[in-house]
Design a protein around this ligand. Structure first.
Ligand SMILES: Nc1ncnc2c1ncn2[C@@H]1O[C@H](COP(=O)(O)OP(=O)(O)OP(=O)(O)O)[C@@H](O)[C@H]1O
Length: 250
């Protein structure tokens, strides 16, 4: 473990994993600082999802170091422990409870899986109410709080799910293709929303939509064949001839 692990929120070094002899992640190194938002791009099969699986404990690396918050060896923890440690993950497809109101979705998320059902029937404390109001504002759904989640647009469901993750107060949020299927206006709003969230926590966003990545205005890492092909500003990365060859030029 190097000195860098003491200050980074996330530190991957020399990480590799193979599936039936195929190296999906190959000597991958990536460092994320506290309060940093990073965009991850790369062609299909580059290893983006597998990298997220390694961070969240779904997949164990064959080799390499994976440290969270400067000191926690993530390879020694399982998925539920890693979630409790403060890493939240949003998958591509929203999985909100359609037959509950927007607010109740947040109440359920705030309570956590064990206390979910009683949470709907107990009187909220002032602190819980304030937290829910704050999250509703962040996810632009204050005016929709009493409506069923089923009535929301696809984009708003994505925001609600982000809100449900925020209720768990993660230090690091992993977001997989948040704007797929969104309107242009929702896409723009999502970039703003994530930038606001990144003021208080670290965020990794995997996305193919380059206009959205530009709107995020953060450091970009391009993965290819399970390793970092290029890293820097979007202009630097998108001007890299190797990135153009394997990804953007296609
Ligand atoms: N459980 C698994 N078993 C076998 N092969 C796998 C498994 N998970 C991933 N792979 C392979 O590893 C490679 C990397 O896949 P991964 O899903 O991480 O890429 P990706 O960058 O997320 O792609 P996409 O943009 O299409 O989501 C692919 O070739 C994939 O087929």
């Amino acid at each position: 473990m190097s000195a860098k692990t003491t200050t980074s929120i996330l530190y991957l070094d020399g990480v590799s994993v193979s599936f039936d002899g195929f190296r999906a992640i190959n000597n991958l190194s990536l460092v994320l600082e506290p309060g940093e938002m990073r965009a991850i791009i790369g062609p299909n099969g580059a290893g983006k999802t597998t990298m997220m699986d390694i961070i969240t404990g779904k997949t164990r690396p064959d080799e390499g170091e994976v440290f969270f918050d400067g000191r926690v060896d993530l390879t020694k923890h399982d998925e539920s422990e890693i979630a409790m440690l403060g890493i939240g993950r949003k998958f591509q497809k929203p999985t909100v409870f359609e037959s509950h109101t927007v607010e109740d979705n947040l109440v359920l998320a705030l309570a956590g899986p064990r206390k979910a059902i009683p949470a709907l029937f107990h009187r909220q404390t002032k602190a819980e109410r304030e937290r829910i109001d704050e999250i509703l504002q962040t996810i632009r759904l204050t005016a929709r709080r009493d409506e069923l989640a089923a009535a929301l647009s696809h984009g708003q469901k994505q925001w609600l799910e982000i809100g449900m993750l925020l209720a768990q107060d993660p230090k690091l949020l992993l977001v997989d293709e948040p704007v797929a299927g969104m309107t242009d206006a929702e896409t723009e709003e999502t970039a703003r929303l994530l930038r606001e969230i990144a003021q208080t926590r670290s965020v990794i966003v995997v996305e193919h939509d380059m206009q959205f990545v530009r709107e995020l205005d953060v450091k970009v890492t391009c993965l290819h064949e399970g390793t970092v092909l290029a890293e820097g500003s979007l202009d630097q990365v998108s001007g890299d001839s190797r990135v153009i060859e394997v990804y953007l030029g296609r």
